[in-house]
Design a protein around this ligand. Sequence first.
Ligand code: HH2
Length: 381
Amino acid sequence: MPVPADLVFAAANAETLREIGSWDGFRPATFAASDFPVDVVRFERSSSPPVVVSRARRADTLKALPVGLRDRALAAFARFEGPSRFLALPAGRRLDLSRAPIVMGVVNVTPDSFSDAGLYLDPRRAAARALEMFEGGAAIVDVGGESTRPSSYGDAAPVSAAEEIERVLPVIEAIRRETGRPVSIDTRKEEVARAALGAGADLVNDVSALRHDARMASTLAEAGAALLLMHMKGDDPRTMQADTAYVHPVADIASELAAAATKALDAGVLPDRIAVDPGFGFGKSAEGNLVLLRHVGAFRSLGFPVAVGASRKGFVRRFSGVGEDASSADRLPGSLAAVGAARARGAAIVRVHDVPETVRFLRMHDAIDLDALGRSEEALR
Ligand code: HH2
């Protein structure tokens, strides 16, 4: 069964509604201020225009739709609103997503990553960095041995599977000697994934969403590993920025992620092990990244936990107003704003380089929101 990509977009005001309508060339009827917030349901591969549903009158509006569309809309709302409670990991373990977003810390074991290049090439330093991230509140640490930076940072060097394994394996083994906490391997290569899972990794973060290596899905299914499917335009990080045009800036990406999830399910990966990520910076214009972040909640309509990785990226640097050679510290405020946006839109996972800062930022958000609901500090623990 293909994963449906009928999408729900939330619009808090008329301006956002117009933006959503513009992508399909439809002009929504005029809604009174009191009708907001509204949701827009967009049916994939359908000649029916998107349907605008005032949240206060959802049942009535849906009742007026033809049965087929009504059922599709109801199913899309159920996926959009159904919270992702956990992501299943091998050996009956789980990543708890009930207090989302959880923080995924990034450890780049590479000489050429756009961020932290060369800092953690020594496996002991990389493992120590991972343990420090767990201490700082990371729920999972993502270890990567290949840079997928865009060519604006200078072409990343191609890495063989053997070399990638040589970089990441000692790190995963060293982490495993110290802790059983969840570990992710950031790779597109099946051999690397297999080696990492053998050394105790729990999740494979595939930036090619299963397109790079045809054997990946069955290896994951066999291992019972979790899978993070990330969208990239094209199939080569070195050329992905050459064409950043989309027919629909959100639905094109959602459709490809739905197809990737279908491929994973067909290979035997269980649905509770899959998460999706629109892939900020991977074949997206600077403004396109903003649109994606503004509407990242729509990806929840796919029915899987949504991950957001905007940390320190070029568009964050640019729109937060710091220069091209801005330090990590100078990129942090913009990165935190992106985390705040992801949180507000229901992202389940944020992938970041600055773990303790992000954890404190999220803790403060939780404190404010829980306080608003009149809950005591006890509820925070
Ligand atoms: N971004 C990068 C790498 N892997 N995986 C997911 N799921 N989402 C992302 O946004 C994402 C990712 C790029 O960041 P980084 O790992 O720091 O850089 P590099 O690829 O240069 O090592």
